[in-house]
Design a protein around this ligand. Structure first.
Ligand code: TXA
Ligand code: MG
Length: 336
């Protein structure tokens, strides 16, 4: 039996009547509170929600995704005031970051309360928490009245899901509900920071940029962990990969690289412009800059599979601002 799909046509910031939403979301919220798996939209990507304090429900999430057990989950809260339900110590840094960035795409790693099961934390002493900036996510979690673990709603290793159709394609047979709130606004995951110290340490790049956090741009060897150390456990696993090969083209070279490959292979292109493109190349999007690329990137990677392409050429963006997160995902998608 497949997941029940509930379509709620509101944007992430809509001031839709919250009583109406509460009525609509009652059943999936009850499912969530009783150990069910409920996929829902956030401002970043879709997540598969499960009660973060329910061992059995969390194990079902790992099984549904095929996720390695050492990769902990982000716990989503309806409101910042819930933080004490899962976090043992809210540092002054965490308090300041919450005020500045919640609700929003910032996940903080903090010392966990013993109540948080070790399946949720991957056996770590810490827990990752955030308050998503999406009315459906927060209403659903509020109604379930429990912190909700929600990894991105894709099969482990595949591109993340930014629409309900993506969720259904990957997990439709393995979960109980899918809340369809339309495409996600940002299209790329939250930033994960360790907030236990005096300054945030970025473990995964994402929707809140280093610049927004008041950190200098990436400076290896100057306090930030390098790629090998101190990253989020999840960043060590293969990620974001479609069946097609992902080829990164230097800035300005997307068309030239795609044209060169079009002779022998089925090629798709994601680049800011498509002038002088070989007509055999399929245009998967013409995003201008990092924000637009973030919003269409996972959709385009998934489309290479549905269109049966061999290769997707993606033109790079400058490695700063949101571009740092976009390039992180693209580099990992291109690793074979
Ligand atoms: O935007 C997002 O963060 C989305 C939406 C659904 O909220 N969720 C998401 O979850 O991207 P997931 O499971 O795909 O990625 C969670 C990341 C992984 O890299 C994981 O290793 C890291 O967060 N993480 C979770 N708990 C951690 C912890 N205690 N310490 C360090 N990293 C942690
Ligand atoms: Mg993920």
């Amino acid at each position: 039996m497949g997941a029940m799909v509930l379509t709620v046509p509101v944007g992430g910031h809509s001031s839709a009547d919250s009583t109406d939403l509460s009525v609509l979301l009652t059943e999936p919220a009850q499912s969530l509170a009783c150990g069910g798996l409920v996929a829902f939209p956030t401002e970043t990507v879709y997540g598969i929600g499960a009660d973060a304090l329910d061992d059995t429900a969390i194990r079902r999430v790992f099984a549904a995704k095929g996720r390695p057990a050492d990769n902990p989950l982000i716990v989503h809260l309806a409101d910042a005031s819930w933080i004490d339900r899962v976090v043992a110590e809210v540092t002054p840094l965490a308090a300041a970051l919450m005020k500045a960035f919640w609700p929003g795409p910032l996940t903080m790693v903090l010392r966990a309360r013993p109540a948080v099961p070790s399946v949720t934390t991957g056996g770590l002493v810490t827990v990752a928490v955030r308050v998503p900036d999406h009315v459906l996510a927060r209403t659903l979690i509020g109604l379930a009245d429990t912190p909700v673990s929600a990894p991105s709603a894709n099969i482990s290793g595949r591109p993340s899901a930014t629409t309900a159709a993506h969720v259904r394609a990957d997990l439709g047979q393995r979960i109980d509900w899918i809340i369809d709130g339309g495409p996600c606004r940002l299209g790329i995951e939250s930033t994960v920071v360790d907030a236990r110290g005096a300054r945030p340490v970025v473990l995964r790049e994402g929707g809140v940029t280093r610049e927004m956090l008041g950190l200098a741009e990436r400076a290896p060897g100057r306090g930030d962990p390098g790629p090998a150390s101190g990253r989020s456990p999840g960043t060590a696993h293969p990620h974001y990969q479609p069946t097609a090969q992902v080829v990164l083209a230097p800035i300005g070279q997307g068309v030239a690289v795609a044209n060169r490959l079009a002779d022998r292979r089925q090629v798709g292109l994601l680049a800011p412009q498509g002038h002088d493109l070989d007509p055999r190349v399929q245009v998967l999007g013409l995003p201008l800059g990092a924000e637009e690329l973030a919003a269409v990137m996972y959709q385009a990677l998934r489309e290479t599979d549905t269109r049966g392409l061999d290769i997707i050429v993606v033109e790079e963006v400058p490695d700063n601002g949101l571009g740092a997160a976009v390039m992180d995902r693209l580099r990992r998608a291109s690793q074979s």
